[in-house]
Design a binder for this molecule. Structure first.
Ligand code: IVH
Length: 673
């Protein structure tokens, strides 16, 4: 190699530093599904490196990150598959100017004027699905573009991916698996309660849920899919343009995003971008930009690909939406499982469509890692387009007297010493008598999806605890009229109503009790499946983790949680106490009220929007009891969409697919049928 001059040496050093940093971040993002920096920060450094690579191509090594397709780190334990047609990444632009330059480069190579298909860039992870004669035979991740991971078993757990196409075609289709915002928020909340690290964005959550050895975990995580690509579409599907391809994929029963549009110039593209940006907050899923694809496949083939990206497509990345505010206070709350979580209380600020005044700081390591101090000015963004999160502290604005924030050593409520459980990010209060935990667990026990004790909210639970009227959930069944009449704002009527509600809950089918006990990892749906399988609580309490995990849809994580819970003398005593107090321990839900002659029998129903007559769990329960299956996302297989007010993308999708749509009132009118 010839000697480098001083300028080249400096460039080489800069390139090496950028490569090391970017490779580290790419590893966190793709391999560990846990990035430590924002996408925008990665993109900024990556752009610096590509600029240097253009200027000094000779200084770029063969293993440079600029020559790899994203996500080249594979999980060792998943089987590998080859992609004979590589799965490519996308080039990106960050401004209308850059987009215009790209359009001009393409246009220059063509005589006739062309059109582009504009699509949302879904914040998920790329997958490939191979169908042979209409049957799904293989599913894989992108990996390094040439070799990916076999996730066939996991993909079969995703509701909207059909096992069989509407025509017996052989084709490889590709697209994005993603986690919708609601599931992403719920999953992170659950993980936070369980003391686990949270996912930084829906893409990482989807990747962490799909790249799993246990398909049951994929099933629980409720992923969705949009497909947007086919290998050799001219021959395999007999379509000539990208927009036609999307229609064809939908006709085959595959999930596609309905928001695409054909555009022919920069001003139409800008209009599409503006429109997408405006409705971004209302979308059920996260997007991080817009993809423009030359619509005509023959022309795509002429333009071809570089090693890494197609020349016929480009991603316009949205600028990160950020806002600045000041930290006023950090509060600590104790959850049902004892996890103690910090929350930043900030000056209210408007960010991506909402006013934000609080942001979870997840756990002490997160707080100290970012070195957030009271009085600090911070930059806020919305993770996955939805959760307010602190990007960074603006150090130049730090007040001179700001002190590092001291992590509490004792529980803010019971003042017992806090502990770090091995392998957990959370700080925990392990005092089983901690009033905060007891209050949370009793409130959960009484909640609608659990024992459904109307009128027993957190305020009343707090009073019951302060007066030492309850210490355990079973104590609720010992309360008397005299106990209640003394409570704040209680009169004869409210005391009697609460007693009646408590008494009625004794008759609940046992899945409500199983969920109400607040066993870690046991959700309402899981509790129902388990209760139905074993028949009663004493049998569940005796079951081994493996026996529980053998139920379809229930994994070992849940199995171990339940077995561990019932192995304690405290749980056994509670069970006996509840039985002695006349609380039903048997599963009595179905088949008692299933009516197969209902018009809802065997129908696939999706519920969306805000409901006013019933809660969503109530509507779901009613529909299930009448033989319907309630799904989370709309697909061609959906028979009916029940839309409350403010319905969003599910409604649009149902309209596009021609699915029958009812208002809540129409549903009510048909309940008696
Ligand atoms: S086209 C050769 N279309 O973004 C085909 N990609 O950052 C290249 N993505 O690798 C992909 N939405 O995983 C395409 N509507 C869309 C997309 C999309 C999300 C992902 C895809 C791609 C990555 C590049």
């Amino acid at each position: 190699m010839p000697e480098l001059d001083a300028q080249q040496q400096q460039a080489q050093q800069q390139i090496n530093e950028l490569e090391t940093q970017l490779k580290q971040w790419a590893k966190e993002y793709y391999e560990q599904d846990a990035p430590s920096v924002e996408d925008a920060q990665y993109d900024r450094l990556y752009a610096q490196l590509t600029a240097l690579a253009e200027q000094y191509p000779a200084l770029i090594a063969d293993d440079s990150i600029t020559k790899q397709v994203g996500g080249n780190q594979l999980k060792d334990d998943l089987p590998k598959v080859n992609h004979p047609v590589p799965m490519l990444s996308l080039g990106d632009v960050f401004s209308y100017d850059e987009l215009d330059t790209w359009f001009n480069t393409i246009q220059k190579q063509n005589e006739q004027s062309l059109t582009y298909n504009a699509e949302l860039k879904i914040d998920g992870l790329a997958i490939s699905l191979i169908y042979q004669e209409g049957q799904l035979v293989q599913a894989s991740t992108r990996g390094d573009g040439s070799i990916g991971e076999d996730v066939t078993a996991n993909i079969k757990e995703i509701d909207d991916i059909p096992q069989t196409l509407n025509e017996p075609l052989s084709v490889e289709v590709r697209g994005e698996v993603y986690m919708n915002k609601a599931n992403f928020v719920a999953l992170n909340e659950q993980r936070e309660r369980d003391g686990l690290t949270t996912f930084a964005n829906p893409r990482n959550a989807a990747a962490g849920s799909l790249r799993q050895l246990d398909p049951k975990i994929t099933k629980q995580r409720k992923l969705s899919t949009f497909l947007y690509y086919a290998v050799d579409p001219l021959n395999s599907l007999n379509v000539t343009t990208q927009s036609e391809l999307l229609e064809k994929l939908a006709a085959l029963g595959l999930p596609t995003n309905p928001t695409n549009a054909v555009v022919s110039d920069l001003s139409e593209s800008e209009a599409y971008i503006e429109q997408a940006n405006a409705k971004r907050d209302q979308l059920a899923y996260g997007i991080d930009g817009i993809v423009f694809k030359v619509n005509d496949f023959a022309l795509q083939n002429t333009l071809g690909n570089t090693v890494k990206v197609p020349r016929w497509a480009i991603a316009y990345k949205f600028p990160p939406e950020e806002a600045e505010t000041v930290i006023q206070e950090i509060t600590w709350t104790v959850g049902r499982t004892g996890a103690v979580t910090p929350t930043a209380i900030m000056d209210p600020v408007s960010l991506a469509g909402t006013t934000v005044a609080r942001a979870s700081l997840h756990n002490p390591a997160y707080l100290t890692g970012k070195d957030i101090r009271i009085g600090d000015t911070v930059l806020l963004h919305k993770a996955g387009d939805i959760i307010p999160e602190i990007s960074e502290v603006v150090l130049s604005k730090r007040p001179s007297n700001a002190e590092p924030y001291p992590i509490p050593t004792e529980c803010p409520v019971c003042h017992e010493a806090l502990v770090h459980v091995d392998g957990e990010a959370a700080l925990r209060c392990i005092n089983p008598q901690c009033p905060a935990q007891i209050q949370e667990s009793i409130t959960h026990f009484a909640s609608r999806q659990a024992m459904n004790i109307d009128g027993l909210g957190p305020k009343i639970v707090e009073q019951l605890l302060q007066r030492h009227l309850v210490q355990e959930v079973s104590d609720l069944y010992r309360l008397t009229f005299d106990d209640l009449i003394d409570l704040n704002k209680f009169g004869e009527v409210s005391a009697n109503n609460l007693l009646t509600a408590i008494d009625q809950s004794r008759q609940n089918s046992v899945e409500r009790l199983l969920f109400g006990l607040g066993i870690r990892n046991v959700g309402a749906k899981g509790a129902k499946v388990i209760a139905k399988h074993f028949g009663d609580l004493p049998t569940i309490a005796k079951a081994t983790a493996e026996e529980i995990a053998s139920i379809p849809g229930i994994g070992l994580v849940i199995g171990h949680s339940i077995a561990q819970y019932f192995s304690t003398p405290r749980a056994q005593a509670l069970l006996e106490d509840l039985a002695g107090l006349g609380v039903n321990l048997a599963y009595t839900s179905e088949p008692l009220n299933i009516t197969t002659d209902s018009i809802f029998n065997d129908k696939k129903v999706v519920i969306t929007g805000k409901l006013s007559d019933m809660t969503r769990p109530e509507m779901t329960e009613w529909l299930e009891a009448h033989g319907a299956t309630v799904a989370n996302s709309v697909s061609k297989k959906t028979d009916l969409l029940i839309a409350g007010t403010d319905a969003g993308s599910k409604l649009t999708k149902a309209e596009n697919l021609g699915v029958e749509i009812w208002s809540e009132a129409q549903f009510r009118d048909n309940m008696g049928e």
